[in-house]
Each structure stands twice: as structure tokens, then as C-alpha cells.
Ligand binder design. Sequence first.
Ligand code: GLO
Ligand code: MG
Length: 351
Amino acid sequence: MAKASAKQYRFSFGPWNIDEGADPFGPTVRKPESLAKKIKVAKALGFDGVQFHDDDVVPDLDSKSHAQIMKEAAQVKRMLDAEGLKAEFTAPRLWFARETIDGGFTSNDPKCRKYAIERGKVCIDINNAIGGDWIVLWLAREGSYIRESKNARVSVLQLRDALNVMLEHDPKSIFLIEPKPNEPVDSAIIPTIGHAIGLSYLTNDPSRVGCLVETAHSCLAGLDPSDDMAFALAHNKLKSVHLNDQGGLKFDQDKSFGSYNLRRAFNQIRVLEEYEYGKHGEWIGLDVKAMRTQKQDGNTKHLSSSKERFLFLLEKVRTVDKKLEAQLIAARDYEELDRYILCHLMGVKYR
Ligand code: GLO
Ligand code: MG
């Protein structure tokens, strides 16, 4: 077990991270668990908070009045309070509704775009009711299957306009864009962290538009997740992360953190640690999925093992011989630096 003090870091995951194991090729293999149970699991596994979709907080919210939605959100806040947990964020699940088949904010149908914006406003109200720190916008269907179906320049400006309306709806809310290059769409309008940050600068209040880097999404774009985090940190825009892992350019795997590439995981923690990520309340979010083969009674092991690995690698980051590292960098002996880092990671004697 890791020795490092993780005081600086707060951990969270979402209810969707304890799932039933369905995939596009087959049915569910595990029974659904209630939100109340998942909140208890978060506490039992030593997490500090929970991430939500708007309809995780209030199921079937389109069929409910605003007053009813607020009442149910307050109940979830009480469930969190009872466990001493916090809500990290709420995300409008804009990829599930009939109205968002062709995207939400960038749908070609103006009625559907209006639906998406109204849903965004309800999500903001829910987030305020449960005391969440931010709104996360995973722009799942804001893209296309064939490029001719949408004008990408128009789509970018529609995203800007939607953000402006939401920024105005609540002058205190902070919005984080979570980019992903593909899946469910073929080509996303905002595929990378550079695009997300570029979009933030187009809005009326860039200071309230940041971003969330997810390991697997960076890998799917062929990029290094720690470099994406560093880029966002350089812009003061890294407000959250979704740590997981991904084995190359295939479907979005959401593997346990570090399970595919330990060194890549080490480097993500390294960049977060070096720039004191977490000092201003930023969370370590885990967006991991259990394998479909996993049985019901082991359906949270991917969460506990991801957190355990984070703490183990944090210790590795903190015990790098900085003097030696600086000497090897000054000597431009990167072969030796590579050897030292690998010895350190493998726990074998160096020299
Ligand atoms: C899927 C995304 C998804 C979001 C979550 C919050 O690829 O990573 O899990 O992070 O729905 O909006
Ligand atoms: Mg994610």
C-alpha cells in the first residue's frame, strides 16, 4: 500500500462508473445498483465526492416540473451530506434524448438546439441545488458522421453562443469542456484540449470556462495525456481530470488508471503534482469502467484499484531523485535518465 499523503487530492467518480456491463454487442451482465448504494460505496472506498449527470440526480427530468426537479435535487444533496460527501459536478446528459440525435447545441434543427440550451439551464440549477463545483460539458454528439452534414465553423459559433447563454443564466457557474475526438460521433467539433481552450476564449467570460482532460480521450486523439494536462495548466484552465487508461486507437475503453501504461500514468501524476493541481480544490476524477467479465460482487474493484495506483505512483513521483534528474538533464544524457526512471518505477536498484 502506498505511503504518500494524498491530502492535497480529493477523489471522485460518477454513478455511471458502477455499471451493468452492456456493450453495443450484447446485453447487461450485472444488476443495476441504486444511487443511494453508489453514494455509500463512494464513502466506503474513501472517495470525497461524486460526479453526476443531471438525470442521475433527477431521473426522467423532462417529464417533471422545475419545482419537482429542485425538490428531488435537494434530496440527493441530503444523501451526500449524510455521508459527508460533496458533489464535484453536474453534466447535462445531452446524448440520450430524442431531441439530441443530431447533437445538442449544434443540431441542425433549431428546436433541438433550443432543447439543449434549456436542458443546460436546468442542469445549472440542479448543480447549484446539490452544491457542485462546476458544470461539465462532454460534447458527445456535437459533431458529425459525414462532414457535409454540418458546417464546422457554424457549429463552433453555435457552441460559443450556447455557452454564452449558460454563462448568463448563472453568473457564478463555471463550465468545463471535456473534449473527445470521436465516439459516439465520427468527427467531433471539439476533439482536443487545444480546441476546448480555443472555444473558451471565444466566449463572453473565458475566466469561467475551463476544461477537463480525460486520459483515454487524449490517447484517442493520438496525444499524450500529461502533455494535454500541461497545456491546460499553462492556460490556467485545468479544473478537472478523468483519469483512466486506453490501449491505443480503438473504442473508448475507460480502463482502470495505469492498467495499460504505468509510465504514462506516472507522468500524468507528475505534471499534476509539479504544478500543485488540487491546491485550489481541483478533483482527481476517475472515469473508469469495470470489465464486462466482472461479476456483481467485484463491480467496484476498478475504482479502488485505480485510486490505490494513483497513491502508489504519487509516492513514486515524490521520491524521484531530483538532483540526479537535474544532472542528467544538464548533461543531456536522456538515455541514462530513461534508465533511472524505469529502475525507479520497477523498484529495482539503480546503478
Ligand atoms: C465518455 C465521457 C463520459 C463523461 C461523463 C460526464 O466518453 O468520458 O464518461 O465524462 O458523461 O459528462
Ligand atoms: Mg469522461
